[in-house]
Design a protein around this ligand. Structure first.
Ligand code: GUN
Length: 295
């Protein structure tokens, strides 16, 4: 029997509605308006689209949104100066510097200049360290979205075999940490993994984050597995057009799996929703506020 297409768009919408209710509560009960600043250096077209979407979603949730744009020629010192000002700004609870940065700017230095308490991307070395040892930490938005979706869909994940294909700092490694924290048996596979199809076939939960179009085929998937496709790859199709595909061959996967996230409309919309979640979390921590569970 064919599996289900997992509607990430609808899931993200429900998360955003909850965030909007939390923002209302913070304003009415604590006179607190969570604020997110996004820093964009240069004019990369994909980054401009992401930043615009983040801005729109932040305002729609009722939060303060600040967008800071610097020329592609900006020096590292100029970028660091913007970050320092935002660290000091008490109306800003979350800071995101859009990546990639131009080559003259050291990404690691910029990320690590962000106040870890405002690091809503969860990329600061303090947050990655805290993630690694299981302390409370800002988690990167995409893995946070994926684990929340998996828990909602499957309930208790303990004892399940989880395979994460991809070892990036942004998705693969934090995803593995979150799955381990849920007591999954976790394998991190990557481009050098031997017998990758066999490794994938052991997965009850398969998370694909390698950036290779439709690499994961139907016969790599265990019947009844849940498949989360984090890949976003633009491929050429006939007539000089392009289309977006994931790292998983969706049509083949859905015939075997319990559920598969599509591309687009799967993991993508969840990332922005969880950026808003992280901003509210940062604002609450900064003011020592506990949100009621039932909002
Ligand atoms: N560029 C592409 N994805 C991301 C992201 O999640 N965070 C940041 N800061 N830049 C990105």
């Amino acid at each position: 029997m064919a599996g289900q297409k997992i509607d990430g768009k609808q899931f993200a919408e429900s998360v955003r509605e909850r965030v909007a209710r939390q923002v209302d509560y913070l304003q009415s009960e604590h006179k607190l308006k969570p604020g997110l600043a996004v820093v964009l250096v240069g004019e990369d077209p994909a980054s401009q689209v992401y930043v615009r979407n983040k801005n729109t979603a932040t305002l729609k949730a009722g939060m303060k949104s600040e967008e800071i744009r610097l020329e592609a020629s900006a020096s590292q010192e100029e970028v660091l100066e913007v970050v320092r000002k935002l660290n000091e700004d008490s109306s800003i609870h979350g800071i995101l510097v859009q990546l990639p940065l131009p080559p003259q700017v050291d990404e690691t230095a910029v990320i690590n200049a962000i106040d870890p308490a405002k690091d809503v991307d969860g990329f600061h070395v303090i947050n990655t360290g805290r993630q690694a040892v299981g302390l409370d930490a800002m988690m990167p938005c995409t893995p946070l979205g994926c684990i929340t979706l998996l828990k909602e869909r499957l309930g208790d994940l303990s004892g399940l075999n989880a395979v994460v294909v991809g070892r990036s700092n942004i998705v693969g490694k934090p995803m593995a940490s979150l799955l381990l924290a849920e007591s999954c048996t976790v394998t991190i596979a990557h481009s050098r993994t031997k017998d990758l199809p066999e490794v994938c076939k052991r997965a009850d939960i398969l998370v694909a984050a390698v950036g290779r179009p439709e690499m994961i085929r139907g016969d790599w998937i265990k019947p009844g597995a849940t498949v989360i496709d984090v890949g976003i790859n633009r491929v050429n199709v006939d007539g000089g057009k392009t289309r977006l595909v994931g790292d998983v061959n969706f049509e083949e996967a859905i015939a075997i799996a319990e559920g598969v996230t599509p591309v687009p409309g799967g993991v993508g919309p969840m990332t922005i929703a969880f950026l808003l979640v992280n901003t509210v979390t940062a604002a609450c921590r900064a003011h020592n506020i506990q949100l009621p569970e039932d909002i």
